[in-house]
Ligand binder design. Structure first.
Ligand code: FDA
Ligand code: NAD
Length: 508
């Protein structure tokens, strides 16, 4: 015998927190909702882990952007009760409970007490090991069977391990990944023991770039290693992923040089960004990427591009001392941070629900191929009306909004339309801050001051503006690029769009 609930949320991350908030706003009775999570803490704003959480104690912040970034991670000089703790200008790193959901969207902070007061059952530190969607039951690793009327899958994703790319050594004491609070706590410990030393960051994506900035702020010398020609950039054409500029390194499935396992790992990282034409393009154009790389260079970060890690050399204590790259380069190091992509946690549902684009396929109500089961956040592949196709996004805004939409659709199905979403993501590093809306397909039209001022890009596809990027904008300017992207105006003259730059969005 086990427990029975009307609603069960499987997973306790960002999406779970926002779903719980929406349930409470719409009114549920005590005991109706249960959240089951492998993590031992109630849902929190995961983006804080690579930003405010990694800051050293009591650094002085004078820059507006940085202050703003910290505020949004709720890492600003507050004690447990939320009172300001440090003298003005000095900030403390973000720690729970300050960044529980749903502070990231300026909503209420859902502490453990909030869940108690709202009669929401929490089954924390508990992994679900199997689900039977036909019987509407879940089995936990502790042996309990939990049944539901409606299940919301919010299992997110896991970090890909080096082993999946044919390299061993992830278990070394100073090799760090970053997906959850336990990883972030470990990363902070390792960083604190390496101040003044060297770090190698493997991967030129979001984790790599945000962690590299945090390592520098912690006074650690950083070398970044990634296969592409630029950070947050690489692209693979014609349906076969090919790494740019890597001699003797072939990612294609035909390659006999590397195992299929290696290729599968790389392919899965990239396939989620494949667009309708079969082209895989990541966000930064070479010019945008060069701006950030030059900025990182000015902070002392070195880039080694077009190659990948081949192996580690360890000391007798099980610590990596040297990173050896495929091109033979040897990098002495005190620590390693790995950010080589994620894989959505779909395995419990394979063979039970329809999957697409690496995620669990849902309709405009976030409902899966089983009408009692919904999927939200990183694990869901949902129809993006604006693009007329299904996408799986790995960003916090879509996690929050898909979760809220699913609950709305569950509670008021007849009054809820199909999810109508404008993709949005952002990053903040050092004193820099950018936002992106829409889709990065077609021709990129760059504008603005790339020497340290405000700059941006529009993407124009089939004669329409479909995506907008802006670095260093104000609140009003970000709102303007969001609005123009949603409108998808016809662009007859790209030269004129380039000349008008940000003014084009502001004039609408
Ligand atoms: P999420 O990963 O948040 O939660 C999944 C939950 O399910 C976890 O609690 C997990 O333990 C649990 N779970 C999984 N399987 C389970 C099982 N079998 N049994 C029980 N529990 C299970 N995005 C952005 O737009 N801007 C940003 O700046 C950042 N920054 C950022 C930093 C870092 C360090 C990370 C890792 C990620 C970001 N992101 C981001 C991405 C963003 O955080 C991400 O898109 C959301 O957290 C996804 O929310 P979900 O709830 O879908 O998964
Ligand atoms: P990612 O997909 O952004 O980047 C992966 C990177 O791994 C690629 O750019 C590539 O450079 C690199 N890579 C792949 N194989 C490699 C190899 N063998 N050796 C060296 N490099 C290799 O993934 P991530 O950076 O790990 O981020 C994980 C998740 O967290 C993503 O879902 C991301 O969206 C999310 N995240 C988002 C933000 C944000 O939106 N600001 C911030 C942090 C994390």
């Amino acid at each position: 015998m086990g427990r029975a609930f009307v609603y069960v949320i499987l997973g306790g991350g960002v999406a779970a927190g926002y779903a719980a908030l929406e349930f409470s706003k719409r009114g549920i009775s005590h005991g109706e909702l249960c959240i089951i999570s492998e993590e031992p803490v109630v849902p929190y704003e995961r983006p804080a882990l690579s930003k405010g959480f990694l800051l050293p104690e009591g650094i002085f912040i004078s820059n507006w952007n940085m202050k703003n970034a910290l505020k949004s991670a709720r890492g600003i000089s507050r004690n447990e009760k939320g009172d300001v703790k440090l003298p003005s200008g000095l900030i403390a790193p973000a720690r729970l409970p300050s960044f529980h959901t749903c502070v990231g969207a300026n909503e209420e902070r859902l502490t453990p007490r909030w869940y108690r007061d709202n009669g929401i059952e929490l089954v924390l530190g508990t992994r679900v090991k199997s689900v039977d969607v036909r019987r509407q039951t879940l089995l936990t690793a502790t042996g309990e069977t939990i049944s539901y009327k409606i299940l919301i899958i919010a299992t997110g994703a896991r970090a890909l391990k080096l082993e999946e790319f044919g390299v061993s050594g992830s278990d070394a004491k100073n090799v760090c990944y970053l997906r959850d609070l336990a990883d972030a706590t470990r990363l902070v410990d390792v960083m604190q023991s390496c101040v003044g030393g060297n770090a190698v960051v493997i991967g030129g994506g979001y984790i790599g770039m945000e962690c590299a900035a945090s390592l520098v702020i912690n006074k650690i010398n950083v070398t970044m290693v990634f296969p592409e020609a630029h950070c947050i950039h690489g692209y693979w054409v014609g349906g076969i992923p090919k790494a740019e500029g890597i001699q003797g390194f072939d990612y294609s499935p035909q390659s006999t040089v590397h195992s299929p396992r290696l290729w599968t790992g790389i392919y899965s990282v990239m396939s989620r960004e494949r667009n309708a034409s079969g082209t895989v393009a990541r966000l930064f154009t070479p010019k945008i990427a060069t701006f950030y790389e030059d900025y990182y260079n000015s902070k002392g970060v070195k880039f080694i591009k077009g190659t990948v890690l081949s192996s580690f050399e360890n000391d007798s204590n099980g610590k990596v001392t040297t990173v050896i790259l495929r091109d033979g380069t040897r990098l002495p190091t005190d620590m390693v941070v790995v950010g080589i992509g994620i894989r959505p946690n779909t395995s419990l549902f394979e063979g039970q629900l329809t999957l697409e684009k690496g995620g669990i396929k849902v309709n405009g109500h976030m409902q899966t191929s089983n009408s009692s089961v919904y999927a939200v956040g990183d694990v869901a592949s949902f129809p993006v009306k604006l693009f007329g196709e299904t996408r799986r996004l790995e960003h916090v805004d879509s996690s929050r909004k898909t979760a809220r939409h699913a609950v709305t659709a569950i509670m008021a199905p007849d009054k809820t339309g199909d999810f109508d979403y404008l993709p949005f993501f952002y990053s903040r590093v050092f004193t820099l801050s950018w936002q992106f809306y829409g889709d990065n397909v077609g021709e990129a039209i760059l504008y603005g001051d790339f020497s340290g001022g405000t700059f941006g890009a529009y993407w124009v596809s089939k004669g329409q503006l479909v995506g907008s990027f802006l670095e260093g904008g104000t609140k009003e300017e970000y709102e303007a690029i969001a609005k123009v992207t949603k409108l998808r105006p016809v662009v007859e003259n790209t030269g004129e769009l380039e000349r008008q730059g940000l003014g084009f969005a502001l004039s609408l």
